[in-house]
Ligand binder design. Structure first.
Ligand code: NAD
Length: 285
């Protein structure tokens, strides 16, 4: 377990919040999963039930009752004051809007105990953009998970210049205790480590295909055979889903927008959005 963090609240029970809450409970912590109303929490119950089934199928040791046991440590609440009353750590996974996040932290600042650490799972906003709203910038940082936390178990940990190093180390310890591999960033960087590598890599692959230099499957073949990597960039596009890169590229410079248009015309408009839709750059049964 973890010396300083025993009770955790996760804000938001969407795609990532539900996974973080469940993984934390699965690892033996008491967890409150908060969302804005009871109707959404009903949906969260379904997400948790699906995670139980997924863990039993994919996580060694999860069958034999352990996956179900996690639910007994997971409490749902639509009352923020109740949810954070006695927790050591709040992990925020609310929608990626700076306004929503700031409002959430302003409310939290007065409701959570002074000792409580706040962590944002935001992929796109730097923690320093929100630090002032927390009222406790020394106890605030980013703890960034990857989608499908039980398989892709990195936790990127990134403080602001105001984060207390002792708090940072507590969160590193916590990440390890819930089965993540902590990736420590020494200073703020948009995209953390993973997306700082992945985004230019995927863009470079798309530029090769869009520019007519090589077909996607030859680009993938090159990457796999020459580096020993299990997947090529277009296979990765299919796993991620084409809409996420499209939505980033369409707001980029001229080259990015040209790639976005190419993705749209050749794949997105044809319903080829990736593995989830049965087809993307490749087809899936
Ligand atoms: P999502 O839209 O699936 O879920 C957001 C949840 O927050 C919803 O359940 C919503 O009801 C709830 N919510 C809305 N307003 C709220 C409020 N004021 N207070 C509390 N909860 C509120 O979003 P997501 O994909 O889980 O993303 C959440 C955060 O995690 C974002 O910052 C995103 O950048 C980050 N993230 C997402 C992924 C991913 O692959 N989806 C990966 C890493 C990080």
């Amino acid at each position: 377990m973890c010396q300083n963090i025993k009770r955790v609240c996760v804000l938001g029970t969407g795609v990532l919040g539900s996974q973080i809450a469940y993984q934390t409970a699965y690892s033996g912590f008491d967890v409150v999963a908060y969302d804005i109303n009871d109707e959404i929490l009903e949906g969260a119950k379904e997400r948790f039930a699906k995670l139980v089934a997924t863990y039993k199928r994919e996580v060694p040791g999860a069958s034999g009752g352990r996956a179900e046991d996690a639910l007994s440590r997971l409490r749902l609440s639509a009352d923020l004051a109740d949810a954070v009353r006695d927790v050591d750590l709040v992990i925020e996974a609310v929608p990626k809007s700076l306004d929503i996040k700031k409002q959430t932290y302003e409310q939290l600042a007065s409701l959570a105990p002074a000792r409580t650490i706040f962590a944002t799972n935001s992929s796109t906003l730097l923690p320093s953009h929100m630090a002032a709203a927390t009222g406790r910038p020394d106890r605030f940082l980013a703890l960034h998970f990857a989608n499908e936390v039980w398989r892709f178990n990195t936790a990127e940990i990134m403080g602001t210049p105001d984060t207390d190093p002792a708090v940072y180390h507590m969160v590193v310890e916590f990440a390890t205790a819930i089965g993540m591999v902590p990736i420590e960033l020494h200073k703020e960087k948009a995209g953390y480590v993973l997306n700082s590598l992945l985004v230019p890599f995927l863009n470079a692959a798309a530029a090769l295909a869009e520019g007519g230099y090589a077909d996607p499957d030859d680009v993938d073949k090159t990457w796999r055979i020459a580096t020993g990597a299990p997947l090529g960039p277009f296979q990765m596009y299919d796993v991620i889903g084409l809409m996420t890169p499209y939505n980033i590229l369409i707001h980029g410079d001229q080259d990015d927008r040209r790639i976005a248009d190419w993705l749209k015309k050749n794949y997105i408009d044809k319903g080829k959005l990736g593995v989830a839709t049965g087809a993307g750059f490749y087809t899936y049964s």
